[in-house]
Ligand binder design. Structure first.
Ligand code: 5IU
Length: 263
């Protein structure tokens, strides 16, 4: 079954764009490979922040389960802003259960993630059934949906540092490549450009935090860790001028991306 595409009107013509292509178009048009990780607990604040940095980012990542003021109305507002500024919304849900359960977690409960998140993150620990469950659920929505498979993690001592595990994740991505548009990774996993490699653990001034996070610079993330997309949280959130810092990460990130990936 074919996943739905987003219909966009350009010069009175309706053009259908699948999510992978849409992501790549956004990156090129906005000259941005920056994903802001808005790990904030207030959705009103995220909404304000998304207007401030909307033109600098290609994606906004949130954790809806840390929000103290979540409502479907407010998340719709965020979705509208993401359309206006042309960035994707990623719910960093890190699904990790059996197919039937993730289907419910994706569509039901307070958050009804499938209704607003363009993309979600997924652990492949349960096997390919997790992707099957999510893909099935996504077909109930008449908008393009996709996911990023967590292949590797940035934290110290991560059990994803295992070649067989990572190989299995890549195989799964290839098998479900309509719905899986890329990875959360710490190295280049495929030779084709089909899968977007999104890399967290990026900071210009720090090397880590007190809880196992490990940082590299934007250039290192692209050059040494094989990143296409830089996922940046506290480097921007904790800075004195979030807008200016976001612009710096956008510029440095995209310049390194163009040079290193030769796009
Ligand atoms: N994140 C990581 N590392 C990972 C994965 C996800 O840091 O391996 I998978 C998330 C956690 C947080 C964001 O939401 O990316 C990074 O935030 P900071 O840039 O503030 O460390």
């Amino acid at each position: 079954t074919q996943l739905p595409t987003l219909n966009i009107e350009i010069e009175n013509k309706t053009i259908s764009i699948p999510i992978r292509q849409r992501f790549q178009t956004i990156m090129k048009e906005k000259r941005s490979n920056l994903c802001l990780s808005a790990d904030l607990t207030n959705l009103d604040e995220i909404i304000e922040l998304s207007k401030l940095v909307g033109s600098n980012i290609c994606m906004l990542k949130i954790h809806s389960d840390i929000l103290t003021d979540f409502s479907l109305d407010k998340i719709q507002q965020l979705k509208d802003i993401s359309r206006k500024f042309n960035f994707l919304l990623l719910e960093d849900r890190k699904f990790a259960d059996i197919g039937n359960t993730v289907k419910l977690q994706y569509t039901k409960g307070l958050f009804r993630i499938v209704e607003w998140a363009d993309l979600v993150t997924v652990h492949v620990l349960p096997g390919e059934c997790i992707v099957q469950g999510l893909e099935q659920a996504a077909q109930s929505i008449n908008e393009p949906r996709g996911c990023l498979l967590i292949a590797q993690m940035s934290s110290k001592g991560a059990f994803t540092d295992n070649d067989d595990y990572v190989k299995g994740v890549v195989e799964c991505a290839k098998k479900y490549s309509d719905f899986v548009i890329g990875f959360i990774s710490q190295s280049r996993l495929t030779t084709t450009d089909k899968f977007l490699h999104c890399t967290p653990g990026v900071h210009l001034n720090n090397t880590g935090d007190q809880l196992g996070q490990q940082y590299v610079t934007p250039r290192q993330a692209i050059d040494e860790r094989g990143a296409d997309i830089l996922i940046v949280g506290r480097a921007i959130l904790d800075s004195i001028n979030r807008a200016k810092t976001a612009e710096e990460y956008q510029q440095q990130g995209y310049q390194a991306y163009e040079e290193i990936r030769k796009i």
